[in-house]
Write a protein that binds this ligand. Structure first.
Ligand code: SF4
Length: 336
């Protein structure tokens, strides 16, 4: 999977790093001072991830928690994300990471104990000033379950959130890799959220990710073990069969888990920052994004014109509601 592994000095004895290295005994390993000396100073083209991918094992420095942008989750409660990794083994054509980092190499941060400590401090600080819940999200810069069988941190996060039922944790994923997850005792405040698109959209845009059917099977197993589920219908890419294809997707999902049992369903339309848009144009010039009109919005994002975005969001929301989703559980993502 990786050409070489570069590990920061002092991490050879870190339990998470040791666990990861066990899975790559034959991959050349070197020691480095700081991953930032190698990750990003020189641009490495995004598509090199297909055949020249390196793995960095590093400590996340600086702020370990960041406030999540507006409309990141259900409103009314604070949302934070923590960073457990940079980049991803999958290759979605709309992925914003291609314009965000200078390199597609994967960085796995292994100082989970420090990340957990920051989360706990934030929960305690919040509980002193408010009775509302507080949310933490994994997966802002990577997929949160795709490599969970080798990174080995899930049990520690479950342990922490078991102590704080008013704090919520979300694992976001496009993977079907739930083997570590279903070993954990389900908690009502630890939610696994799957990003889903109609089958043909997955084939056209979510390269190397598990097919829709595999994700639905994974959801079914996670539901069987009573873990709460969230769904992200995001990013929606306009096609002429949008209503039919999302209707069919929601019917299939409804057979796996009744929509009213889903904690939340986010609905969002494809959008790009300028840098990501330029990368997408270069990396996927034939993509169907360029078949529709795209404009630059007030927030600087390149997206469908407002009436079209609203039409798409409302249609998909309606499809969810008519299949039984609770009104308050469906939210529109990253939209004013
Ligand atoms: S799964 Fe998410 S992080 Fe990974 S390539 Fe796709 S969009 Fe990017």
């Amino acid at each position: 999977m990786f050409n070489k592994i570069l590990i920061e000095k002092g991490l050879q004895d870190n339990p998470y790093a040791k666990n990861i290295l066990k899975h790559f005994k034959k991959t050349p390993l070197s020691e480095i001072d700081d991953y930032t000396d190698f990750f990003g100073p020189i641009k490495k083209p995004y598509l090199q991830k297909r055949d020249n991918l390196n793995l960095f094992l590093a400590s996340k420095k600086g702020a370990l928690l960041k406030e999540a942008p507006d409309a990141y989750g259900l409103s009314g409660e604070p949302h934070y994300y923590y960073v457990h990794a940079y980049n991803c083994i999958y290759e979605c054509s709309y992925c914003y990471l291609q314009g965000y980092f200078n390199s597609p190499d994967l960085v796995l941060f292994v100082n989970h104990d420090e990340i957990l400590k920051s989360i706990e401090e934030k929960i305690i600080e919040h509980s002193k000033v408010s009775d509302t819940g507080i949310w933490f999200h994994a997966g802002e810069f990577s997929d949160s379950l795709a490599l969970s069988h080798i990174t080995g941190e899930l049990s520690k996060y479950f342990e922490l959130f078991k102590k704080y039922p008013n704090a919520y944790l979300e694992f976001r994923t496009k993977s079907a890799n739930i083997r570590e997850l279903i070993k954990q005792q389900a908690l009502p405040n630890v939610i696994t959220s799957f990003s889903l698109s109609p089958e043909q959209r997955v084939l056209d845009h979510d390269y190397k990710t598990p097919p829709l059917k595999a994700r639905l099977r994974a959801i079914s197993k996670v539901v069987e073990k009573s873990h709460p589920i969230g769904i992200h219908l995001d990013p929606i890419i306009y096609t002429e069969d949008l209503i039919e294809s999302y209707g069919q997707l929601l019917d299939e999902l409804n057979r796996v888990i009744p929509l009213d049992k889903i904690e939340y369903i986010s609905v969002g339309v494809v959008r790009f920052t300028k840098d990501v848009y330029n990368q997408v144009k270069m990396n996927y010039p034939e993509s169907e994004y360029f078949h529709s009109e795209l404009i630059r919005g007030h927030d600087g994002k390149i997206k469908y014109p407002r009436p079209m975005r609203h039409w798409i969001l409302n249609q998909v929301r309606h499809l969810c509601l008519e299949r039984g989703a609770r009104e308050e559980s469906v939210y529109l993502c990253m939209e004013d």
